[in-house]
Write a protein that binds this ligand. Sequence first.
Ligand SMILES: Nc1ncnc2c1ncn2[C@@H]1O[C@H](COP(=O)(O)OP(=O)(O)OP(=O)(O)O)[C@@H](O)[C@H]1O
Ligand SMILES: [Mg+2]
Length: 325
Amino acid sequence: MRIAFHGKGGAGKTTTTAGFVEYAAKLYPFVLAVDADLNSHLKDSLGFVGDRVELAKSFDEIMSYLRGARVDIGDRPMIATIPPSMKSRFVRPTADDALVRNYSLISGNVGLLTVGGYERNDVSSTCFHEKLKSLMAVFHHMLDDDSHIVVVDTIAGTDNISTSLSFAFDLNVFVVEPTAKSIQVYRDYAELVPQYADRLFVIGNKVADERDVEFIKERVPAECFLGAIPLSSSLKRFEQGDSEGIAKFRSEQAAVFSKISEVLRGKKRDWTQYLSLLRQTYKWDCDRWYSGFYKSDLAEGIDDGFSYEAAAGLKNETAAAGMGV
Ligand SMILES: Nc1ncnc2c1ncn2[C@@H]1O[C@H](COP(=O)(O)OP(=O)(O)OP(=O)(O)O)[C@@H](O)[C@H]1O
Ligand SMILES: [Mg+2]
């Protein structure tokens, strides 16, 4: 299952994602963490060292890997929202998956995939959605179930809803500070995608007292509110160099994480709905831009017989040959 943390800039998305990754690492055999923010800070928050190739820099290679042995599209290019075929390669969020092994930084039972941000030659030319394309394709080829966990740190605001990541996550958790502006970002999101209301939740962060908690509770539906994490002096001490502070802060986050985990356990992905949304998005992408751009009908021939449930019964091809990483 996939959980993404959203919220206003500075609300505590990365801090919360890192805490939840560590929490989940005690419950699951493997956790795949994803830094999908333009400014990548999750690695530092997790205390990981080293580097891996950023997903955004490897779009062609990743698409070629995911293409596998599919024949339905001939030699036409694959764009980020292409629905898989039964002959595609798939991704599983496990330690032995070829794509995970090649692109993630691994520490213990946690792997971290990083999308990556702008570079000099992006100035005045590239938008962040371009960078997210590899990640979208990875999610649309991922055969995860409730024995798996993927935890995503996102870019501030409501940006995700304009990409196919809008339907890629089973839980979208908004991290809100006890301020009207912070809560407004959640409200904007809720208003824009009422169709995904059942996967939208809120947690308070940096709450100083009961009054702060009430401030949030009065402004979000009761069934969406999963609790609040205190404004922690332990975290500040940790960031000032006191290594003990982090354990105390993790214990302050634990009650909320337990609630999130409980909600996650009650979720089942509707693969049929997922595929239908993906097919619709792909068709729009082809009609509005890509078929014209490539001067070829990219929607032609797509494998209509594909289903995620059937694909999940297939054995994944693990050969990483040719990935060159
Ligand atoms: N519960 C908390 N108590 C005290 N400080 C916190 C808490 N949560 C986060 N912070 C602090 O708030 C700041 C912003 O947190 P963080 O970087 O996690 O936010 P973010 O939402 O990921 O920001 P951005 O939008 O820039 O990605 C950091 O200095 C962090 O240490
Ligand atoms: Mg952040």
